[in-house]
Design a protein around this ligand. Sequence first.
Ligand SMILES: NC(=O)c1ccc[n+]([C@@H]2O[C@H](COP(=O)([O-])OP(=O)(O)OC[C@H]3O[C@@H](n4cnc5c(N)ncnc54)[C@H](OP(=O)(O)O)[C@@H]3O)[C@@H](O)[C@H]2O)c1
Length: 301
Amino acid sequence: MKYIITKDNQSISRFSLGCMNLPLGNTKEINDILRLALEFGVNFFDTADLYQYGRNEATVGPLLHDYMKHFDIKIGTKVGNEFDSALREKIRWNPSGDYINRAAIDSKLRLGIPSIDLYQLHGGTIEDNIDETIATFEELKRRGIIKSYGISSIRKNVIDYYKENSNIATLMTDLSILKTQGEEFLDENIVTLARGGLMQGLLSNKHENVLEKKFKKGTYGYTYDELKQMLMMLTDYNHSLESIAFKYLDYMNVVTLNGVSSAKQLEQNIGHYLDAESISNDEIKEIRGNIKTLYYENHRE
Ligand SMILES: NC(=O)c1ccc[n+]([C@@H]2O[C@H](COP(=O)([O-])OP(=O)(O)OC[C@H]3O[C@@H](n4cnc5c(N)ncnc54)[C@H](OP(=O)(O)O)[C@@H]3O)[C@@H](O)[C@H]2O)c1
């Protein structure tokens, strides 16, 4: 496993696990996924307070706790969506200092850890009081409640503001070989955590089913027919779609945040990730050359 070091000296595995789609309720399966990931060298696990209204944190944290004696484990979580855990509903977007301070303690308790390794703002707009949010993250860091902070965003204006006015260590953003919009946010001083690298399974050997089930209406930048064409182009290469998708992220020097819903998926993805090493930089550059460069049109100014 290769690791990448953040500006505040945390090492993050280049292949990390996104916990959003874990099969909550099936503890054995989740435990199998976590163990498999750890044995492969994964040291970073991404969750959020909002995922299943606190249940994701409360499940993943204690399960990972059992492995902490033997493995280096870092947990990242996110904040900003105020929710009612009893009613299981979102109340509002709330990036205020007061709320973040309270939410950080709640997340720490649910996760059962003394300090949150990475705390990311779960979105945000340019209208927020961003300076207050930044000051709150800095203070949480100073008090040792969190070790690093970052943002999860696809908004250029928000990302630019944080880059210029804060010490964000990470940026989580949507990036894959077909959804190239995130390329313009890459920055050598900030570790990019790329989500959506397999596009919900579209970039996998299940692409025909996934296209019909999840992409009937296309996706940002592509109609259904354009996606079909792109998949035909990619399947002409002598590599699995997963390996092409992983090699692209590796070539972009980002962390691949892989989301899975079963241990079998993770096992397959690890195999494809290892196979991706057989794809040369020249070949992935050639493949990327066949794909359009996209930009998000909104939230730029
Ligand atoms: N705003 C944010 O901050 C934000 C938003 C989204 C995600 N995230 C984080 O990023 C992580 C990854 O995002 P994502 O879940 O959207 O990424 P993704 O990798 O595009 O999608 C994951 C889904 O792809 C499918 N999949 C994975 N491997 C597969 C395979 N080998 N064959 C077929 N299907 C496969 C599974 O779908 P099925 O469940 O249908 O099996 C899995 O749940 C999340 O877990 C979460 O931690 C953050």
